[in-house]
Design a binder for this molecule. Structure first.
Ligand code: FAD
Length: 288
């Protein structure tokens, strides 16, 4: 691997200053489970790594019944999947974090790293999209927030500007009788990248669905929302509505064929997973 300097930032202001000073030569390091592999292969050659794991705001996971969840970008996937609070209020995001790599990978991998790496197949991204999560970004111009739905710019690319990094992910508290779910397909039990992923969040009023979001992974250049499919669920949540939503999920997918599966296979499977995620989310929502 090429030579580089490592610096552990202890505050958001310090990280912003380091990023601004080194410009393109600097890279944020969190768990390193994507970045170090990219550096080893020569795909990325930063001269300075700025470790953000020691910044208190990035390490905190807090929930307020009115404000919702504030999830530090450096919170690890294992912290998310093992948190009773996360399982209760955001079970779909919790199961997405639980699917990443292995227990060892989950100890290091962060939710912010999964998001910022911007893989079309990243597992937490569809879960975050389904929850309408927002990203808090710090940079030389101060702090800004934007929906996760506006964060991805293409495969491996996000909209962070020069000197910016993600500090927190914000999610509203779940409404009454609402819940989420995330499922993915891989050819073995663990340690593989999703062939397809699907997240769903629904809010029920009796047997009617009054709000829904559906998000898909590994079927487009970025993780995507399927808003028409979600709209088809609003009304009586019966087989007809779900069948309509599944057809619209397949229409929204623009998959490629690669060594993991053909485009046709992905389009077929994404409908199956979306159906299961909708049913899981609805079953949970009824109990909430
Ligand atoms: C064996 C193995 C299995 C894996 N399995 C899965 C899987 O099943 N599902 C899956 O989705 N992923 C998987 N991954 C990929 C990886 O583990 C995840 O994407 C992980 O969440 C990345 O987090 P990290 O903290 O390690 O990120 P890092 O590697 O530290 O960073 C990733 C990228 O994001 C940037 N970055 C990190 N944090 C920030 C921030 N706060 N602000 C701005 N930029 C930032 C870095 O500069 C870098 O470009 C796997 C990786 C390995 C090695």
């Amino acid at each position: 691997m090429h030579a580089f300097t490592y610096q552990a930032a202890t505050s958001i202001a310090q990280a912003v200053e380091l990023l601004a000073r080194e410009g393109e030569q600097a890279r944020v390091l969190c768990g390193g489970t994507d970045l170090l592999i990219q550096m080893r292969s020569g795909a990325r050659r930063p001269r300075l790594l700025i470790d953000v794991k020691g910044i208190p705001e990035l390490r905190a996971l807090s929930y307020d019944p009115k404000a919702g969840l504030c999830l530090g970008a450096a919170v690890s996937c294992i912290e998310i999947s093992e948190s009773a609070l996360m399982r209760r209020y955001y079970p779909g995001l919790s199961e997405a974090a639980h699917l990443i790599g292995s227990l060892q990978i989950q100890q290091r991998a962060s939710v912010g790293g999964n998001l910022c790496n911007a893989s079309p197949a990243a597992d937490t991204s569809p879960a975050l999209l389904a929850l309408d999560a927002r990203v808090r970004i710090a940079g030389p111009g101060g702090t800004r927030e934007l929906p996760v739905a506006q964060f991805f710019a293409g495969p491996g690319r996000n909209v962070l500007g020069a000197g910016e990094f993600v500090t927190q992910i914000l999610i509203a508290p779940p409404a009454a009788h609402s819940a989420d779910s995330y499922l993915r397909l891989i050819p073995r039990n663990e340690m593989d990248i999703a062939i397809v992923g699907a997240g769903a969040a629904v809010t029920l009023e009796g047997d009617r669905c009054i709000a829904a979001r559906i998000a898909l992974g590994a079927v487009a250049p970025t993780p995507i929302l399927a808003p028409q499919a979600a709209a088809a669920l609003v009304g009586p949540l019966d087989e007809r509505a779900i069948e309509r939503a599944v057809a619209l999920v397949r229409a929204a997918a623009q998959p490629i064929s690669d060594m993991r599966g053909t485009a046709d296979y992905r389009r077929q499977v994404v409908g199956v997973l979306a159906r299961r995620a909708i049913l899981n989310a609805a079953a949970r929502a009824r109990d909430n």
